[in-house]
Design a protein around this ligand. Structure first.
Ligand code: PLP
Length: 401
């Protein structure tokens, strides 16, 4: 049996696999291009929040970028030091702000003046000083999918430069706020270095202006968004990426913070699914598999492309097909119009680049159990999340029958 088929046999399908050695490799490559400066790589937890993945990140020296208190708690539980945890997001509840402050994390990324006021009131109540960073929206088009573009004024994220300035001045004069950082995150799956360069230039100038007002920014956070190769897209050369940020920073003495999600885990993950049947409707070929949109929603949600491979069928003739799941939606597909060899019941399809926004976006739609997750490390495999059972899925409802 081939490698993926053997794993599918051991753990069942559908299944997520993460290659921890590749994650290590990607982390080191990024850390390496930043080595001329102090840097902190904070993994975007929303892309893959499995505790064992986070523990691996902790082991590598990464911090975490979190967008809910649940993610902050995951990061702490997995051993990420509190001084490497950032809490971002446009809509933090009071109780989330309070818990983040009690946990004394590195900083809260603020996205509005209203939010800053809430943080100030809560910090005052707790008798602590809240370290904050402000997410500035540089109004730059990253030329990616509109759903994953976040750096334009028409998006809900961040504040414009003038508001940011007002916020920094307010924070500096507040006894309960300490403005330590500045942040941008312009979108996801970005494959061109220029939007990063433009955003870094705009924010570095703001840092210089703030310096003149005696507001000393210590953390320069360039967000996430580094794209990976799903199909044939060119990706960013990490060296150019780092150099363009360094060029923007010039002589500023700041710690560079980067929050990659997809870059660190995206192409280190595989989604394994088993062929149930082949079906022909008129002239159209469908490959029906046991994985579905509830397990991997990116194709349905973003029309994202994921390459699909079959082991052990090399050299067989291929033909066009759609790979679809059992969910009752026409939008339930993993691939459209791709070439695959003739397939049989129980053949294993390997859906590639599925390590980011795969499992974390999965759901129980159609009362399908969320799948198992497995780590590959040093030539060995181990379960890091067991497959859900029917009992797990109904547990929170059963008592009300
Ligand atoms: C989603 C997100 C990231 C990670 O984005 P990737 O495209 O996965 O690198 C980083 N920072 C913030 C604030 C985010 O919302």
């Amino acid at each position: 049996m081939t490698k993926f088929s053997a794993l599918a046999h051991t753990y069942g399908t559908p299944l997520y696999l993460y290659d921890f050695d590749s994650i290590t490799h990607k982390f080191s490559a990024l850390k390496d291009v930043f080595k001329a400066r102090k840097s902190l790589i904070c993994f975007a937890v929303k892309s893959n929040s499995n505790l064992s993945v986070l523990k691996h990140m902790a082991h590598l020296g990464a911090g975490c970028d979190c967008v809910s208190i649940g993610e902050v708690k995951r990061a702490l539980l997995a051993g990420i030091p509190k001084y490497k945890i950032i809490f971002s997001g446009v809509g933090k509840r009071d109780d989330e702000i309070e818990e983040a402050l009690r946990n004394d994390i590195l900083m809260l990324n603020l996205e509005s003046e209203e939010e800053m006021k809430r943080v100030e009131i809560i910090a005052q109540k707790l008798g602590v000083v809240a370290r904050i960073s402000i997410r500035v929206n540089p109004n730059i088009d990253p030329k990616t999918h509109p759903y994953i573009s976040t750096g334009l004024h028409e998006n809900k994220f961040g504040v414009d430069i003038e508001s940011a300035k007002r916020m920094y001045i307010h924070a500096k004069n507040s006894a309960s706020l300490d403005p330590v950082g500045i942040h941008f995150h312009i979108g996801s799956q970005i494959t061109d270095v220029n939007p990063f360069k433009e955003a870094a230039d705009v924010l570095a100038n703001l840092v210089r202006n703030l310096k003149a007002l005696k507001i000393d920014i210590k953390f320069f956070d360039v967000g996430g968004g580094i794209g990976i190769q799903y199909k044939e897209e060119e990706t960013i050369a990490l060296y150019d990426y780092a150099q363009s940020i360094f060029a923007a920073l010039g002589g500023l003495d700041v710690t560079l913070v980067c929050e990659p999600g997809r870059y660190l885990v995206g192409d280190c993950g595989y989604f394994l699914t088993k062929v149930l049947y082949e079906k022909y409707n008129g002239f159209k070929r469908f490959v029906i598999v046991d994985g579905a949109m509830n397990d991997l929603i990116r194709p349905s949600l973003y029309q994202a492309y994921h390459a699909i491979e079959v082991e052990g069928k090399e050299g067989t003739e291929k033909s066009l097909c759609d790979v679809v799941g059992p969910v009752c939606e026409s939008g339930d597909f993993l691939a459209k119009n791709i070439e695959l060899p003739a397939l049989e019941h129980d053949d294993i399809l390997v859906v590639k680049s599925a390590g980011a926004y795969g499992f974390t976006m999965s759901s129980n739609y159609n009362t399908r159990m969320r799948v198992a997750e497995v780590a590959l490390e040093n030539g060995e495999d181990r379960l890091i999340r067991r497959r859900e059972t029917f009992e797990d899925v109904i547990a929170l409802e059963k008592e009300y029958l």
